[in-house]
Every structure is written in C-alpha cells, then in structure tokens.
Design a protein around this ligand. Structure first.
Ligand code: ADP
Ligand code: F6P
Length: 354
C-alpha cells in the first residue's frame, strides 16, 4: 500500500462556515497518523502558484469556532486548463505532496477528480452553504447559514409586526431551495417560493388577504436565489399593489456565508476531516465524503456528480450510459428519497402557514 509522508489540504469555491473545523480535523488527524500536512492557500490557484506552507498542530488552534476559511478560497478557471493542471502537478512533485483533501462544492470535486486521475490521490469534503450536493444529506456550512437566516429574519418580524408589514426575503442557495424552504418553516413564513415547486402567486396573494382579514399583521415570504434576481422585487410589488399589504424586499446575500459555525457544522466538519484522512491513508482516491442518515460514507466523485445531474434533471443519455443498471437504479432511489424529503417539507410549510 502507498505510504503517505505529506498531504495537502485546500478550500475552494464559495467559503462556508465550518471549513476551518474541517481543516483542523484533517491536520490534527494526519499528524497523529505520522503524516505531515501542507496548507495550500487560495484553493487550486495556490496549488498552481505554489502558495503552500506547512501546517502544525498549533497552526489550527483557535480556528474551530471561526467562519470563512483561513486557507482562503478562490475560483480558479486556470485549473480547468491542461497548462494549469500541469503547473499544479509540478508543484505536487516539488513540495512532495502525496495526496490532497479538497474542501468545497461540486466544482471543487471536479478538480479533485482531475488530480486523482493525474496520479495525486484526492478526496473531496462537501463544504457549501447551499446543501446542493445530492450525494450527501448535509454539507458543511448549511446549518450555520440557516441559523444566520432565521436570526436575521426574526429581527425583520419584529419591525414587520410593529408596522403591519410583509417582508419578501431572498436567500442564497444557488440552484437549490433547501435554505429557503427550511428557514421559511423555522421563521413561520407565509410561503417559500423555490424553483423545485410551482407557486401560484394569485393563490398566495389571496391567502395573505384572508390572513390579514383574520388579524395577521406581519408576513414573511421567502424566495430562493434560484428564482432569479427579478423575482423577489416583482413578488414584493404584487403584494403591495394587489394584496394591498405594505411590503419591503430584502436580499440577505453573502451575510449568511459568514459567522461562527454552529455546533452541528463544527462536529460534522471535524468528523468529515478525520474520516477523509483515514480514507486517503487507506489508499482511497477520487471520492467524496458524504453523510447518509447520520453515517459517514464515501461515494465516487464521478457517481456523485452524475447523481446530482439526475436529481436536477440534467443528466445526459451519454453520461448515464457509462454506469451499470444497478448504479442507475441506486441513483434514482437516492434522488427520489431527496425529492420526497423536499416535498414533505414543502407540504408542511404550506399546511401550517398563514
Ligand atoms: P464549488 O466548488 O463551490 O462548486 P466552483 O464551481 O467555483 O465552486 O469550483 C471551484 C473550483 O474548482 C474552480 O474555480 C476550479 O478551479 C475547479 N474546477 C471546477 N470545475 C473544474 C473542472 N471541470 N476541472 C478542473 N477543475 C475544476
Ligand atoms: O455556493 C455558495 C454561494 O454563496 C451561492 O449561494 C451563491 O449563488 C454563490 O455562492 C455566490 O457566489 P459569489 O461568492 O461568487 O458571489
């Protein structure tokens, strides 16, 4: 079995609270196993530029509680090119990097797969507030981001109640409505308008008018980023003009990507960091760490990316043709489970909101 002397760790793509805790888990567990760790700064850009420094057990002190990523993050188009990949590979040889743990979203996993195929075993850890990686029930940062949203929206409710107003709140999530849906339930919102389900706006306006008629003063309506940047302002206008309810549009934006990670994210990130190192040292590669029903498991990156496409309805025939019938059946079952969970949450949101 391959002997590991030195591994690298990087964070890439959109930052997420809990990434630092994952890096700490990687560093401390690798060093405990007798393996040195190098921090690769600025994601794949740092690998290309050689922005690489050793991390000791003390270098990850005082980070478990901090948001953002002390390794910094980047989006690096150059790493998608053969020239960029060659420079990255040269640096792996120069710095003696035997394997890499890459923390980020699906783009980061594509990069990890490239490295694995080029001979540098790489394992991905899901770090994104969006929770849009279908293969894992939860990604690092999602829980914290949702807690930040409800904290902000609870404040909006106070002022909404004072002035008998509505707030239309757009939250991040890229293509996924997970943040919007769960925070809408947790904030007692009237609706979560997300791309995964049709929303009948006329019916929503009528519902709000009826609720106002029985004495409801404040309203919260959540809109996911995936609805497009014009959607929230448009809905806000219709609430003002047609339902005659004074309404303000709020885009919470990047604020929810920052802040100290929640307990759940700190524990999840620490577990995933340690688990990823164990798998790498066992000789595994080209995998993503996933949480399924509370357990940590691994999934081939290629499988995880196609499962994502299947769930999102973008999988091509050619892509699916490279998997066995059993694998495709298993992807369908997994995607159906996730869709059912969203449907269930959506129904609950509709049922108990006024
Ligand atoms: P996320 O990881 O959050 O999905 P991005 O999609 O921006 O964020 O991806 C992060 C980085 O991963 C990119 O900037 C790029 O460096 C690398 N990456 C993305 N796709 C590929 C690819 N097809 N091949 C190689 N590297 C990739
Ligand atoms: O993936 C995390 C995320 O914050 C998404 O919710 C959002 O669509 C995107 O990143 C914003 O990207 P940027 O940081 O480039 O503005």
């Amino acid at each position: 079995m391959r002997q590991f002397k030195r591994i690298g760790v990087l964070t890439s793509g959109g930052d997420a609270p809990g990434m630092n805790a994952a890096v700490r888990g990687v560093v401390r567990s690798a060093i405990a196993a007798g393996v040195e760790v190098l921090g690769i700064y600025h994601g794949y850009s740092g690998l290309i530029r050689g922005d690489i420094r050793p991390l000791s057990v003390r270098d990850v002190s005082n980070v478990v509680n901090k948001g953002g990523t002390f390794l910094y993050s980047d989006r690096c188009p150059e790493f998608k090119t053969p020239e960029g990949q060659k420079m990255a590979l040269d640096n792996c040889a120069k710095f003696g990097i035997d394997g890499i743990i890459a923390i980020g979203g699906d783009g980061t996993f594509r990069g990890a797969s490239v490295l694995s195929k080029l001979g540098v075993p790489t394992i991905g850890i899901p770090g994104t507030i969006d929770n849009d990686i279908t293969s894992t029930d939860y990604s690092i940062g999602f829980d914290t981001a949702m807690n930040t949203v409800i904290d902000l929206v609870d404040k909006l409710r106070d002022t909404g109640e004072s002035h008998a107003r509505c707030n239309v709140v757009e939250v991040m999530g890229r293509g996924a409505g997970d943040i919007a849906l769960q925070t809408a339930i947790a904030s007692g919102a009237t609706a979560a308008v997300i791309a995964e389900f049709e929303t009948d706006v006329d019916a929503l306006l009528k519902k709000m008018e009826n609720s106002r008629a029985i004495g409801k003063r404040n309203f919260l309506v959540f809109v996911s980023e995936a609805m497009g940047s014009d959607y929230g302002p448009m809905l806000n206008k219709r609430i003002n003009d047609e339902a005659k309810i004074d309404s303000r549009f709020v885009r919470v934006g990047h604020i929810v990507r920052g802040g100290n990670p929640s307990l759940a994210d700190r524990v999840r990130a620490s577990r995933m960091g340690v688990f990823a190192v164990n798998k790498l040292l066992e000789g595994k590669s080209d995998l993503v760490i996933c949480e399924r029903h509370g357990e940590l498991v691994t999934t081939d990156i290629r499988y995880a990316l196609t499962l994502d496409h299947l769930y999102k309805g973008t999988a091509t025939e050619e892509e699916l043709a490279t998997f066995s019938k059993e694998e495709i059946d298993s992807m369908h079952a997994h995607a159906a489970e996730r869709a059912a969970r969203m449907k269930d949450l959506h129904e609950i949101s509709e049922l108990i909101s006024l």
